[in-house]
Write a protein that binds this ligand. Structure first.
Ligand SMILES: Cc1ncc(COP(=O)(O)O)c(C=O)c1O
Length: 352
């Protein structure tokens, strides 16, 4: 019996690269300091590098993607205002309602075609300041790549239209949950600034495909980041000698490391192709980045299916009648072929 484990639950399970460990080992006391006093040279370097890379004035190192999204919302709005958010976005589904609970924000969902909204519908949803009955819409959120829609890329052309729309409507701000924005840039073979130039603020994760163990970054104008820094402190995210983590973030932002994401995309395509070839009654997406979504007939009991698959060494997350398979650093083409074999074997047991 094989002890092989292929963990396809998420790209958050990635471990640091040998280069990250080497960089960590070479760190000296003079490379770290109290970051709340802005005295950690490694964190300062990471923030400067992140701002430069994304074409924004300033950046802030935060503990997680959820914290990064929340400090961004808090910095761009005031309690009682309304924000437009896609209903399957991470902010709506998986951030414990923090926008409402902590930000005091009213959430107005907009429908979308895989994350892409219709400007006509958005226009209907915007509410203005001078109406005594209504909250005022001050922020529009997008997610790129869009996790629940299978890692799809929201193209710069859409973001450009959104930006023009926002300027005409209360001059509202745009926040992009760009947890996996480098996957988007690598997939489209364009610089990340082609996406970021159309939004006011963005959060991206170091801890997903870029395989840093901890941390995310928020970018935006200097004024926005100054506010975000204060909100981060309020939320308990003011870290001290955080250079110990930031050093790995610096490695994660190296161009060659970002370009490595292409391997994950190729593996996702291999997985999708392989599952389509087994000719079982399943629907498999055409992955644009590192996520493969497999939809099963309603008769397949997803929890039982995933737990049986787990016992065979393939870890996945299931919800409703589908499973999500995420490729990432550490997953090889051989792991993909092994997974296709196991998924097919287990699925056959659950199909009539
Ligand atoms: C699109 C998106 N945004 C935000 C987050 C939150 O990141 P974290 O888990 O670091 O809080 C995630 C995490 O999976 C995500 O997929």
């Amino acid at each position: 019996m094989s002890n092989k484990i292929v963990d396809l639950r998420s790209d958050t399970v990635t471990k640091p690269s040998p280069e990250m460990w080497e960089a960590l080992k070479s760190l000296k006391n003079s490379d770290i300091g109290d970051d709340v006093f802005r005295e950690d040279p490694t964190v300062n370097e990471l923030e400067e590098k992140a701002a430069k890379k994304t074409g924004k004035e300033a950046a802030l190192f935060v503990t997680s993607g959820a914290q990064g999204n929340l400090v961004s919302l808090l910095s761009s709005t005031s309690p009682g205002e309304e924000i437009l958010v896609e209903p399957l976005s991470h902010i709506v589904l998986y951030e414990v309602g923090s926008a409402a609970r902590i930000g005091g924000l009213s959430i107005r969902p907009y429908s979308s075609n895989k994350g892409i909204a219709s400007l006509d519908e958005l226009q209907q949803l915007v509410r203005v300041r001078n109406d005594v009955h209504q909250p005022w819409t001050t922020l529009l959120c997008v997610e790129n790549t869009h996790n629940s829609h299978g890692g799809v890329v929201l193209p710069p052309s859409f973001l450009k239209n959104l930006n023009e729309f926002a300027r005409k409507n209360n001059d509202m701000k745009i926040h992009m949950d760009g947890a996996r924005i480098f996957n988007a840039a690598v997939s489209k073979k364009i610089p990340v600034t082609e996406f970021t130039k159309h939004v006011d603020s963005m959060m991206f994760c170091l801890s997903k495909g870029l395989s840093c163990p901890i941390g995310s970054i928020v970018v935006g104008s200097q004024e926005f980041i100054d506010k975000a820094r204060k909100f981060r402190k309020m939320l308990g995210g003011g870290m001290r000698q955080a250079g110990i983590i930031a050093i790995m973030g610096l490695m994660a932002l190296q161009e060659k490391w970002i370009n490595r994401l292409e391997e994950d995309h190729i593996n996702a395509q291999r997985l999708s192709r392989g599952l389509k070839e087994v000719s079982l009654p399943i629907e498999v997406n055409e992955p644009e980045t590192n996520m493969v979504m497999v939809k099963f007939p309603d008769t397949v009991p997803i929890e039982k299916f995933t737990s049986t698959l787990n016992k065979k060494g393939i870890l996945t997350l299931g919800s409703g009648n589908r499973i999500r398979l995420v490729t990432h650093y550490g997953i090889t083409a051989e792991d993909i072929d092994f997974s296709i074999g196991k998924i097919t074997e287990v699925l056959k047991k659950f199909l009539p």
